[in-house]
Design a protein around this ligand. Structure first.
Ligand code: NAP
Length: 253
């Protein structure tokens, strides 16, 4: 039988790594673990999946580079039939007000968080669409509570990139709903991963968490639970929706 393959972008650390491991265990799919630069972390995720009896393989690729996306999906094709994509790879930036942002910084934010997600989804749709001879499948996009909050005072550009992901999720869901592909989003709040240190504020999680409705940060595993549910057949009638995994942060009626 041809192996069913899930591509997890940014699967080497944080939410992506937790998703790769949980999906291997709960869905039994082979996991294509993409990473940008941290080969060691990606290999560790692969080794953990294999030790638990699953199938996984790591592939380097920067999702802001179209040629790298081709390489990621060629690697996945070598593993089997792509039936799932988690558009997880994402970056923050050091804090800057809008009037301090250069065109280069904005271009980098859109390239990774938005263009990368669009191009990866495009490759996934080419392989999954029943109209193109594929078996159908599921895509999950990582948005953020920041998209609702606007993140004034330093992260408006990040928030806007995730606002774009919200619209992209709805639009693509409707575009491919008749082609056997479901497209959904997961909206984390403050999750305890390395991303905050990458934005130059390693203590951000502790600073914000006490003031949250649930006064603690979330874990990568808690976000992975929602992602894997959306990928699974249990979510077979859900498309174009977003699950909030934010402990109550930025929820609205
Ligand atoms: P993280 O801990 O910083 O991990 C980022 C992952 O993405 C790593 O595997 C990294 O690979 C990979 N990556 C970074 N840039 C990449 C690129 N250009 N191409 C391919 N892979 C790339 O991040 P996280 O906190 O798990 O966040 C995952 C997603 O959730 C992001 O989209 C983020 O915006 C979203 N999110 C996170 C939070 C939070 O509080 N943590 C809240 C809301 C939304 P290497 O290991 O090789 O560097």
């Amino acid at each position: 039988m041809v192996e069913r393959v899930l591509v997890v972008t940014g699967g080497s650390r944080g939410i992506g790594a937790a998703t790769a491991k949980l999906a291997a265990r709960e869905l039994g799919w082979a996991i294509c673990v993409n990473y940008a630069g941290n080969r060691e972390a990606a290999d560790k995720v692969v080794a953990e999946i294999e030790a638990a009896g699953g199938v996984a393989s790591a592939v380097q690729g920067d999702v802001s580079k179209p040629e790298d996306i081709q390489r990621i999906f060629a690697h996945a094709d070598g593993m089997g039939q792509v039936v799932g994509l988690v558009n997880n790879a994402g970056v923050v930036d050091t804090a800057a007000r809008v009037d301090e942002l250069s065109a280069d910084r904005l271009a980098r934010m859109w390239a990774v968080n938005l263009t990368g997600s669009f191009l990866c989804a495009g490759e996934a749709v080419k392989r999954m669409s029943t109209k193109k001879g594929g078996p159908g499948g599921a895509i999950v996009n990582l948005t953020s509570a920041a998209a609702k909050l606007g993140a004034p005072g330093g992260m408006v550009h990040y928030a806007a990139s995730k606002g774009g992901i919200d619209t992209f999720t709805v639009g693509l869901a409707l575009e491919v709903a008749g082609e056997g592909i479901r497209v959904n989003g997961v909206r984390p709040g403050i999750i305890d991963t390395d991303i905050h240190a990458s934005g130059g504020d390693p203590d951000r999680v502790n600073k914000i968490s006490a003031g949250l409705p649930m006064p603690r940060p979330g874990t990568a595993e808690e976000v992975a639970g929602a992602i894997v549910w959306l990928l699974s057949d249990k979510a077979s009638y859900s498309t174009g929706t977003v699950i909030e995994v934010s402990g109550g942060r930025a929820i609205t009626v």
